[in-house]
Design a protein around this ligand. Structure first.
Ligand SMILES: [Zn+2]
Length: 499
C-alpha cells in the first residue's frame, strides 16, 4: 500500500538530535557577589538586601574573592583553560526582579573555557566539551500571587498581584555552557547529573534543582543525518527537575521532527516547558546578543588572576569521583555499580573509606544505608552512625556474636541513637545464640508444638526442616545461629525416630 499523497514516510533515522545545555549554579558562598549581604536560601522576603544589591544610585560593587575561587575550582576540575585576564560586562534589560535594569555578567571575556566533562550512560563512556564558564549575579524573585495566595491578594485589594523578593538579587551564579555535543535527551540528563555530582563533590554548590540552586536551559535542533551544519535551534526554559529535562527534550525533539517531516521550517525561538500539560510552549522569539547592549562594567576593574593563586586553587582539588571509583574497584574489588554508587557523593565515599573500605563494608552500606535514609528522611551525616561503629558491627557479625539480622538491627539503632556497638549488643539482647546447650530447650519446644512438620521431615520430606528452623528463629527472635539450629533440629528428629 502506498502512502497517502503529501505525507512522506516517517524515517526515525533521517534526523540527528543536537543538544547543548546552559547550566546555572548558585555558588555556596557566605555572601553575595558584589556586597556583604548573606547568601542564604529561605530567609524572610527582602531581609538580605542592601543599597548595592538593590541597585540604589551611588553604590559601587566589590567582587567576592570566594566566588571567583569557587569558579576557578570548578573550571580546573573540568579541565578548563583560565585566560590571563577577564572582565565583567553589563547585560541590559528591564525586568522587575532586576532592580539595576542590568545584570552584571560576563560577555566576551569569560573567566574560563575549553574544558570537558566525562560521564557514563549505561556503562557507555561519553565526553562533552565545555564551551565556557562565566560568573554573573542572580536576579531577584517575582512572586505571582494567583489562586494559591488569595488571602494576601485580598488584603492588598487586588485579585492578581506580583510581589518582589530581592534576597536572591546579587547571589553569585556560575553559567556553564556546553558545546552541542549531546545527541539524545537521556544523554543530556546524564550530563546534568554528572555535572551536579561533580559540583557537589567540590562543595561549589548544593545544586538543589527544587530550590533553584541548579537550573538548566537547553538548545535543541535537528539536522539530517550525515550533515555537519546545525539546524535552527530552539531554547527550552523552565525545566525544574531531572525528569522534566528528559521529558521536555523528548517532547521538543519529536515536535521538531514532525515539523521537518511535514516540510515546515523550525522557528528560532524560546519555549517554556509546561510540566502539567507535558509540552513546550512558545514564549518569545529568540533574543540576540545585540538586544542586550552589552558593554564593559565601568565600576569593576579587569580581572587578572595570578599564577600563584591559580596553583593554590589547583591544590585544593580533591581526588575526583571517576578516579576514586577506579581506585575503589582496584583496591577493594568492588563492582562498577558499587563503586559508582559510593562516589555519587563525597559523604558516602568518605564514610566507606573511614569504615575500612572493604568489599564487605560496601555491601553492607549498599544494603542498609539507602533504606535507613529513606525510612528516617534524614541524610547519612545527620544520622548518628559513625563509620567506626559500622566497622565494629561487621567484626561482631564476622566472629559470630551477631547474626546478619542482629547486625542489621544494631545498625538501625546506631543510625538513630548512636552508641558503642559492643556494649549495645548486650544491652539490646542481640547476641546470637550459637551454644548447643542454650538452644536445646528451644529445639524440644519447637518439636512439641509442631509435631506434623516433625513427622513430615521424619518421613523424608526435607523441606519440612525449613519450617522447623523458621519456627525456632521466631521463638528466639532471630538470635539463633541458623546453621546450629538446623543441625540440632535434624539430630533431635532423628533421635525421636530411634527412640
Ligand atoms: Zn546587598
Amino acid at each position: 500500500m502506498s502512502d497517502p499523497p503529501g505525507v512522506r514516510p516517517v524515517d526515525a533515522t533521517a534526523y540527528e538530535t543536537v543538544i547543548g545545555l546552559e547550566v546555572h549554579v548558585e555558588l555556596a558562598t557566605r555572601t553575595k557577589l558584589f556586597c556583604g549581604c548573606p547568601n542564604r536560601y529561605g530567609a524572610p522576603p527582602n531581609s538580605a538586601v542592601c543599597p548595592v544589591c538593590l541597585g540604589l544610585p551611588g553604590t559601587l560593587p566589590v567582587p567576592n574573592r570566594r566566588a571567583i575561587e569557587l569558579l576557578v575550582l570548578a573550571a580546573r576540575a573540568l579541565g578548563c583553560q583560565i585566560p590571563p585576564t577577564s572582565k565583567f560586562d553589563r547585560k541590559n534589560y528591564f525586568y522587575p526582579d532586576m532592580p539595576k535594569n542590568f545584570q552584571t555578567s560576563q560577555y566576551d571575556c569569560p573567566l574560563a573555557g575549553q574544558g570537558t566533562l566525562e560521564f557514563e550512560l549505561g556503562s557507555q563512556p561519553h565526553r562533552v566539551r565545555i564551551h565556557r564558564i562565566h560568573l554573573e549575579e542572580d536576579a531577584g524573585k517575582s512572586v505571582h500571587l494567583a489562586e494559591d495566595r488569595q488571602d494576601v491578594a485580598a488584603r492588598l485589594g487586588e485579585a492578581d498581584y506580583t510581589l518582589l523578593d530581592y534576597n536572591r538579587a546579587g547571589v553569585p551564579l556560575l553559567e556553564i555552557v556546553s558545546e552541542p555535543d549531546l545527541r539524545a535527551p537521556e544523554e543530556a540528563a546524564a550530563y546534568l547529573e554528572a555535572l551536579r555530582d561533580l559540583l557537589r563533590w567540590l562543595e561549589v554548590s548544593d545544586c538543589k534543582m527544587e530550590e533553584g540552586s541548579l537550573r538548566c536551559d537547553a538548545n535543541v535542533s535537528l539536522r539530517p543525518v550525515g550533515t555537519r551544519e546545525l539546524g535552527t535551534k530552539v531554547e527550552i526554559k523552565n525545566m525544574n527537575s531531572f525528569r522534566s529535562v528528559s521529558s521536555a527534550l523528548a517532547f521538543e525533539v519529536e515536535r521538531q521532527r514532525a515539523r521537518l517531516e511535514r516540510g515546515e521550517p523550525v522557528r528560532q525561538e524560546t519555549r517554556t516547558w509546561d510540566e502539567e500539560r507535558g509540552l513546550t510552549v512558545s514564549m518569545r522569539g529568540k533574543e540576540h546578543a545585540h538586544d542586550y547592549r552589552y558593554f564593559p562594567e565601568p565600576d569593576l576593574a579587569i580581572l587578572s588572576l595570578e599564577r600563584g593563586w591559580l596553583d593554590q586553587v589547583d591544590a585544593w582539588i580533591p581526588e575526583l569521583p571517576a578516579t576514586r571509583a577506579r581506585r575503589f574497584r582496584e583496591e577493594s574489588g568492588l563492582s562498577r555499580a558499587q563503586a559508582a554508587w559510593l562516589v555519587s557523593s563525597r559523604e558516602l565515599a568518605d564514610f566507606f573509606e573511614a569504615a575500612g573500605g572493604t568489599l564487605e563494608v560496601a555491601t553492607w552500606m549498599a544494603n542498609e544505608i539507602p533504606r535507613l535514609i529513606r525510612e528516617s528522611g534524614i541524610g547519612l551525616s545527620q544520622g548518628r552512625l559513625l563509620p567506626q561503629a559500622l566497622a565494629e558491627v561487621l567484626v561482631l557479625v564476622e566472629e559470630g556474636t551477631l547474626s546478619n539480622k542482629g547486625g542489621r538491627e544494631l545498625l538501625e539503632h546506631l543510625f538513630h541513637q548512636g552508641g558503642q556497638p559492643g556494649e549495645l549488643v548486650e544491652r539490646l539482647g542481640l547476641t546470637q545464640i550459637s551454644g548447643e546447650e542454650a538452644l536445646q530447650e528451644e529445639v524440644l519446644a519447637v518439636l512439641r508444638e509442631h509435631p506434623q512438620a516433625a513427622e513430615e521431615y521424619r518421613s523424608g520430606k526435607d523441606k519440612a526442616l525449613n519450617v522447623l528452623v523458621g519456627q525456632l528463629m521466631k521463638r528466639t527472635r532471630g538470635r539463633a545461629n541458623p546453621q546450629v539450629a538446623r543441625r540440632l533440629l535434624a539430630q533431635a528428629v532423628a533421635r525421636d525416630k530411634g527412640g
